[in-house]
Design a protein around this ligand. Sequence first.
Ligand SMILES: [Zn+2]
Length: 241
Amino acid sequence: MRNIQPTTRRGFLKSVTYVLGAALSTTTLSSYATDVAYPKPENVISPEDALQRLMEGNGRYVANTPQPSTYASTRAALVTGQNPYACILGCSDSRVNPDLCFDAGRGDLFVARVAGNFVTPEILASLEYGTAVLQSPLIVVLGHNSCGAIKASIKAVKNDEDFPGHIQLLASSLAPAIDAAIKKDPKNVEDTAVRENVRINVEALKNSTPILRRLVQSKKILVVGGVYDLNTGRVDLVTPT
Ligand SMILES: [Zn+2]
């Protein structure tokens, strides 16, 4: 896995400022966080309540009973800020849209997506911003079955195959999950690799960075994993091993 430690605090802040356009350059994360207004007061909840709310939203999605909403209802309130109640690290796959599968509204989810849903420095910076600055209490790493990135990585590992352009970068980044799945359940490598990839990236987020580790240890945030089923739309949480 690539090194995901921010090189310097200044470098990290500069990176976040670049990515999100926030005025962070001379303000510490903690003092900035205290200045955050809450345009959606209903989103100021505990990590456990955030997880329950997310899973209830998935229940509505599975049952095809979404909350009534209008596109205009929260637009004005969210012009000057945001306080999402959950951050999602999801796959880019067009069939797995976190806002839809958790029946969430505008301003509810802070979503970072990359094919194969794994941590990169930019994803990490986004999730640090979502939790430390926007004060979201929950991160969910969301994998899914029949994931093209996982399938490609299995081919690359098993056949020692290289993909063209930058696609190989995806396959290489997922290789630790494929290796773990081959050892754990060689007869069901694909589904096992999906779960192992979620577990690996949950652990990476919990332990690899000072900002997230501190938030986890002080119980300000939860980091959990889930797998979305393309057939049913249901998200099952992945237990750590
Ligand atoms: Zn995928």
